[in-house]
Design a protein around this ligand. Structure first.
Ligand code: SF4
Ligand code: SF4
Length: 159
């Protein structure tokens, strides 16, 4: 039997995807796929590159992304999410961005999930959070003493 090696430099993470309703698979409109990702998908399903591209991906403002479907919890989610278990059905064939996310030791949504569940005393609570991106522009701020460039929020557009 192979010995298991535990190294000190293995990063510790402070989130557990098994206890999360797969927020990250659901709220992002774009799960970007590269040619390498489509090749991996094709191999995973034993189909051609072209078929995988057509069947599982779509164009989103000039980039190739995974297709999405209606979701039971969030508005939409990735077509590869199992909506009962909230797990990825193509784990070994998933795209690179899914492998990297959240690319740090903490996940902001998981922190919120833990906070709300403890706060409400309900381990089934699911906070619904929408991410909204605002355009920012560079502005110059001047006083008598100094001058610097800062990013400023664009005012909310009236609907
Ligand atoms: S939102 Fe965070 S905790 Fe939830 S599945 Fe994604 S990475 Fe894991
Ligand atoms: S491929 Fe899997 S990990 Fe990636 S968004 Fe879809 S369900 Fe989530």
């Amino acid at each position: 039997m192979a010995k298991q090696v535990i190294r000190d430099d293995q990063p510790r993470v402070y989130f557990d995807c098994n206890k999360c309703p797969a927020y990250c698979c659901s709220v992002y409109d774009r799960v970007q796929v590269t040619k390498r990702d489509i090749t991996r998908l094709a191999k995973h399903f034993g189909i051609s590159f072209e078929t995988a591209r057509r069947r599982y991906t779509k164009d989103y403002k000039g980039e190739r992304v995974l297709k999405r479907v209606e979701d039971k919890i969030f508005e939409e989610t990735c077509m590869f999410l199992d909506q009962e278990t909230r797990g990825c059905t193509i784990y070994h064939g998933r795209p690179g961005v899914c492998r990297e996310y959240p690319a740090r030791t903490r996940c902001a949504y998981y922190d919120l999930l833990r906070f709300e569940r403890i706060q409400q005393g309900d381990e089934t609570a699911i906070p619904l959070v929408q991410i909204t991106y605002h355009e920012v522009k560079k502005a110059e701020v001047k006083t008598d003493q100094w001058r610097e460039k800062v990013w400023e929020w664009e005012p909310e557009k009236k609907r």
